[in-house]
Write a protein that binds this ligand. Structure first.
Ligand code: FAD
Length: 491
């Protein structure tokens, strides 16, 4: 390439790196690929071809990060899953993070995302290992402010954007506006030999409807749409969380206001008693992060929501209690604003609500009374000679309690564990052994905390023994997982 050509490519690459929306990133990536005459469908050679054609200090810095990651022996130089085809349902942080790991092992990976934008302002707490992991994927190259200084959080939309860009670079196929509806069994009819497991999707005529896959991963969040997984519900005491996002104008005055990285009643009773006395607001905890927005999440006591007129009538059934007809939206906005104002010692110059994806003030109320967890992490279906490994990651597997910020960290761990399972599967280990090992590892997940996982993040790989301290990967025996090897018809 001559100099002007090189400059042109560098500019297109920079446009991709800097793209600030999901659609913008996809478009900039397509333009770059067309300009370089590269086809991401050639997933096994794409990264190397891209790297060969794009240079410059920023690109080179990114390649060196990604090369380092790719050198993990578990990926077997991108050959560990070279004949594996994976469908991932959901382009949230955990679907994307899992997609990257599978692509690094050489799998063909397709992600379906039903929305066409990343629009969640809410902010995720990041455990130290997730920060380390994301830095290793070059997060700072895409988002210069990524976890600068003592910052340990990121907005959901920004995290999705970073992960989408990395996923595209490692040749993950990402489709927006495509909704997974259900699995379709391979046909019995021998004339259709070669047609394997497929997905019914919306729109039905999208080319992904013809994609045959042998691994499907449910990463569609709270509401998992893959059948066959029973849910355990952990009933706790009533817990009503409120999230609120206010516009951050990034002024010096705003920069001075201290974050609240998680204050619970038991640790600072005075704060909560003062809040109640001055405002009538009664909280169990509150978190404030300064990110793209001023983000607050708090757990509010029912009685104070009733007294402040946020909840209109008292019902025993949480669903009725929090139904939109029973919530006075104006009172909810005032409640969140007052709590935010008090929590920041009235130091934020203005508390104007940021907008959510519907153009409304970004305040919402969520019920965490019943937390769910999937009973199992994976299963295998077999129909007409075709096996399908079915797995859950992220919120689909284990619901996080937002004020404790477990969602992203446990979600990433579940993605790595799933990648490890897909590797074992691709190596041809027996179905029951693969499933038993996955269940053994899953037992540790709900107990993980930043303190009880391995501390040397540099050594983290998809191998669970690099991350979990007290790992017993054979505590579930193959003879205990027969029920997860399903040969019957789908409903
Ligand atoms: P998600 O982030 O929920 O992603 C699932 C993705 O799947 C979404 O993009 C969705 O559009 C897509 N999808 C769903 N169904 C289909 C389908 N059938 N076909 C194709 N795509 C589909 N955590 C916090 O710690 N603090 C918060 O304040 C907070 N706020 C949240 C607000 C909302 C509205 C939601 C949904 C989640 C919030 N979370 C919050 C949870 C947090 O986002 C997750 O823990 C984290 O993002 C990891 O989740 P995930 O990738 O497993 O799922």
């Amino acid at each position: 390439m001559g100099k002007p050509e090189e400059e042109n490519v560098a500019k297109l690459f920079e446009n991709f790196i800097q793209a600030s929306t999901c659609k913008g990133a996809l478009q900039a990536f397509n333009v770059l690929c067309r300009r370089l005459d590269l086809d991401p469908a050639d997933h096994d050679t794409f990264y190397c071809s891209l790297k060969a054609k794009v240079s410059g200090w920023k690109a080179n810095a990114l390649w060196s990060k990604l090369d380092k990651r790719m050198s993990h022996k578990e990926y077997k130089k991108g050959q560990a899953c070279v004949n594996t085809k994976c469908l991932i349902i959901g382009g949230g942080p955990c679907g994307l993070r899992t997609a990257i790991e599978l692509a690094l092992m050489g799998a063909k990976v397709v992600v379906l995302e039903k929305r066409d934008s990343f629009s969640r302002n809410n902010v995720l707490h990041l455990w130290p290992f997730t920060i380390h992991d994301l830095r290793g994927l070059g997060a700072k190259k895409f988002h210069g402010k990524f976890c600068a200084g003592a910052i340990d959080h990121i907005s959901i939309q920004q995290l999705q954007l970073i992960l989408l860009k990395v996923a595209l670079i490692v040749a993950v196929e990402f489709h927006i506006n495509v909704e997974f509806v259900k699995l379709l069994e391979p046909p019995e009819d021998q004339t259709n030999e070669g047609v394997g497991w497929r997905a019914a999707i919306r729109p039905a005529d999208h080319p992904v409807a013809n994609f045959d896959f042998d691994v499907v991963i449910g990463a569609d969040g709270r509401k998992n749409s893959l059948e066959g997984f029973k849910r355990k519900v952990l009933r706790g005491k009533l817990a009503i969380a409120i999230t609120a996002n206010f516009i951050n104008n990034n002024t010096t005055a705003e920069a001075r206001v201290e974050e609240i990285s998680g204050v619970a009643f038991i640790f600072n009773q005075r704060f909560f008693l003062d809040l109640k006395e001055k405002t009538g607001i009664d909280l169990e905890n509150i978190v404030y992060y300064k990110d793209n927005t001023h983000y607050f999440v708090m757990t509010a006591k029912k009685q104070s929501l009733l007294e402040k007129g946020v909840l209109i009538n008292d019902y025993v059934e949480t669903e009725m209690l929090l139904s939109s007809q029973n919530v006075n939206h104006e009172a909810l906005l005032s409640y969140a604003t007052e709590a935010a104002d008090f929590g920041t010692h009235y130091q934020l110059p203005a508390l104007n609500f940021a907008e959510n994806h519907c153009g409304q003030p970004d305040v919402a109320m969520f019920d965490f009374t019943n937390m769910y967890a999937s009973e199992n992490a994976a299963l295998v279906r077999e129909r007409h000679g075709h096996q399908l490994l079915v797995s859950l990651v992220g919120d689909s597997l284990l619901e996080p309690f937002w004020p404790m910020g477990t969602g992203c960290a446990r979600g990433f761990l579940s993605g790595f564990d799933t990648a490890w399972m897909v590797k074992s599967w691709a190596e041809g280990r027996s179905v029951l052994e693969v499933l038993a090992e996955r269940e053994s590892i899953y037992r540790l997940l709900p107990q993980t905390t930043p303190e009880n996982i391995a501390k040397n993040f540099d050594l983290y790989t998809i191998d669970p023994s690099s991350r979990y301290i007290n790992l017993n990967s054979t505590c579930v025996r193959p003879n205990q997982v027969h029920h997860l090897y399903i040969t019957g018809e789908l409903n």
